[in-house]
Unconditional design. Sequence first.
Length: 216
Amino acid sequence: MLTVGEAIRQRRSIRSFRPDPVPEEYILEMLEAARLAPSGGNSQPWRFLVVTDTEEKKKLRQVAVDQEFVETAPVVFICAADMKAYSRRAMTRRFQEFVDFGILETLSGDFADPEYRKQYESRVANIDQATLVQMAVANTYIAIEHLVLTATALGLGSCWVGAVDQGEVRNFFNLPENVIIVALVPVGYPTKVPPLRPRVAMDEILLRPVGAVARA
Ligand SMILES: Cc1cc2nc3c(=O)[nH]c(=O)nc-3n(C[C@H](O)[C@H](O)[C@H](O)COP(=O)(O)O)c2cc1C
């Protein structure tokens, strides 16, 4: 298996796969990497559906603006976020875990104080739906990238697919309204690995030069 640094450098979006199946232990390894991702308040909203069935993949291609590689990949991960992860019940459970595991210091607030916790919980309960969806998607993106990098580390190719009709996926797979489809990730052995796609230069991503303050 590659190191994280190697996987980051070697990962490419792969859109052409050999027909060889992906071993189940590799699928489980990718899901485990996703499961271990960090999330705000340890909310862990990510959910996955593993698709290998030919008819199901054909449908996914259709609802992903007919992108052929969605159908020809041996396995497609439907990556979703469950808004129930932000229900009062789920959040209370998460806070209780922080208490039970004795890891209150990982939270930025006095969660040992029941009054503080009560106020915090009602603040969370009042967050509007659009903000909650944004939080759910952001957290799920982290888990998906864990999955994608693990695919690379295992010698597999993958590609994020964001162009997908959420409602169609939800209907076809009979998923409830609280499940938001975030992306598809087709995975398989690449037919070829292309060179690195262009990236903006380092100085373009820096809002000020590294070490600018230390030098001043
Ligand atoms: C959120 C997201 C959505 C994407 N959606 C698609 C997509 O629908 N179809 C596709 O072919 N590539 C998609 N991509 C892949 C990007 O085009 C690709 O990452 C980018 O061009 C850089 O290439 P690289 O991944 O090979 O470095 C998506 C990537 C991300 C992160």
